[in-house]
Design a protein around this ligand. Structure first.
Ligand SMILES: [Zn+2]
Length: 470
């Protein structure tokens, strides 16, 4: 039997010594459509420790809140990706590492120790809502999962952090606290903008430059868009780099800015209305956006087009301000996105709003030379080869005629150099000594039924300890 009231963390336990206290919430019901969730492990009873209860119910409540914001934002009957099955399984503690991940068998959380204090990633609603965000985006538009492109990958991470923000905003007490703390200016750093304060504290004990000063990532930041292919693969957290979590901060910042621009009145009700409107605009946009090398800009343009369809363009000024201010849309691109241009996408957008099932054109695969990586054979990769719907395929000041191929190559290079690809033994030669069998990887090369080798994504790894080297 479940208790009617449970105690959970409101958004994150906070960095020790934290003054935060658990809050009372109704016991979440998870086994219900849309998007039913099951938590592996016992429902807390009298014999469980208070720590287990807090961890279990914090994760359960965060999962419930995620479904709550998604349910408001998606009018149709949404289902998990077919490989997930009818229910998504939450694994509360899958071993020792500072990590959390989503793959199409569930969402997984772990534990780790810093300064003699054990930290559980499932105990942070921020982190749970982020992982749930990966699963939700995979349900809304499964094509992002397999595309080999730095921006598409980073977008998945941005969506995770946005999910975390939207999930927190379903809680009235949290909204009151954020309005009070920021004075109503959501662009200020706050518990809303910061993700994973406790985990960041733990990681800073051993890797002080890996995460931001106060959290894993702060959407209230100063990052400005650059083509990720011009950025290094890693950098201290204070700098922007092509690594997906780092780069995602540009889009999540623009989303927070847009939310801040549309929020007025300083009431909980108005804040929740703004969040619901932005969530609706975002999910319809991500469902309709083609897989191109200009994903951030094209999603932004789709958000403007969705706003035309849903709200007669009433958020146009705020959305443009947010995306131009972050360099995601250039000034000239924003000017080119006239009402007539945006309305040319109305049919495509109306097709995804409320659709029961969506038919997606198959993405083309391109051969990647195995010799580039010291492998015995070539393998196929899905490239971001669709043209963007609204923005130019080549970015302003760009001169690249074959961006999809260059982006896929950049991306696969980054996966190999960070040890994220599991390579079958039969492909390994004396020129590929660095490919040992690794325990944790996001991608693998497999032999398909066609007899050809293919690169496939396994999952999203939110490791903060270094990829592929748990
Ligand atoms: Zn993630």
């Amino acid at each position: 039997m479940c208790a009617d009231t449970v105690y959970v963390w409101e958004d994150d336990p906070g960095a020790p010594p934290s003054s935060r206290s658990p809050v009372a919430r109704p016991a979440p019901k998870l086994d219900q459509p849309p998007l039913p969730v099951v938590i592996e492990g016992s429902v807390p009873g009298a014999f469980h420790s208070s720590d287990y209860k807090l961890r279990y119910w914090s994760a359960a409540d965060a999962a419930r809140r995620t479904i709550d914001w998604v349910k408001e934002a998606v009018p149709g009957e949404l289902k998990w990706h077919k490989d997930v099955g009818r229910k998504l399984t939450v694994h509360l503690d899958d071993g020792e590492r500072f990590n959390a991940w989503y793959n199409r068998t569930g969402v997984y959380f772990f534990h780790g120790t810093a300064n003699n204090q054990t930290i559980y990633s499932a105990e942070s609603p921020d982190i749970v809502s982020h992982e749930m965000g990966h699963a939700v985006l995979d349900a809304i538009n499964p094509r992002l999962f397999g595309v080999n492109d730095p921006q598409v990958y980073a977008f998945h991470e941005a969506f995770g952090d946005i999910s975390s923000m939207l999930s927190s905003l379903t809680v009235d007490g949290f909204c009151s606290a954020v309005i009070f703390d920021t004075g109503g200016d959501l662009k200020k750093s706050s518990r809303l903008s910061r993700t994973g304060e406790q985990m960041a504290w733990a990681l800073r004990r051993s890797r002080p430059h890996k995460v931001e000063q106060t959290c894993l990532r702060d959407a209230a930041n100063e990052f400005y868009y650059m083509d990720p292919m011009t950025l290094p693969l890693r950098a201290p957290a204070v700098q922007l780099c092509a690594e997906e979590h780092s780069f995602s901060r540009v889009f999540s910042a623009a989303f927070l800015d847009a939310l801040a621009e549309t929020f007025y009145g300083n009431t909980v009700e108005r804040l929740q209305d703004s969040a619901k409107e932005m969530a609706k605009i975002l999910v319809a946009a991500v469902a309709a956006t083609p897989m191109s090398t200009r994903h951030f800009a094209d999603v932004a343009a789709h958000m403007l087009a969705v706003d035309r369809v849903m709200y007669s363009g009433s958020h146009s000024v705020e959305l443009r301000a947010a995306f131009v201010d972050r360099g995601i849309l250039s000034l000239s691109e924003s000017s080119e996105l006239t009402q007539a241009v945006l309305d040319s996408g109305t049919e495509a957008i109306e097709r995804v709003i409320g659709a029961e099932t969506l038919e997606w054109p198959e993405l083309s695969a391109m051969p990647m030379p195995g010799a580039r990586y010291g492998l015995r054979e070539n393998f196929l990769v899905i490239a971001p080869s669709e043209p963007p719907r609204f923005v130019n395929p080549v970015p302003p000041n760009g001169d690249d005629e074959n961006r999809p191929q260059r982006a896929a190559t950049f991306f696969v290079d980054s996966l190999f150099s960070q040890g994220e690809i599991r390579v079958p033994d039969e492909l390994i030669t004396e020129k590929s000594p660095m490919y040992r069998q690794i325990e944790s990887y996001t991608h693998e090369i497999v032999r398909a039924a066609s007899g050809l080798y293919e690169l496939r994504r396994v999952g999203f790894d939110d490791s903060n300890e270094g990829k592929g080297h748990p």
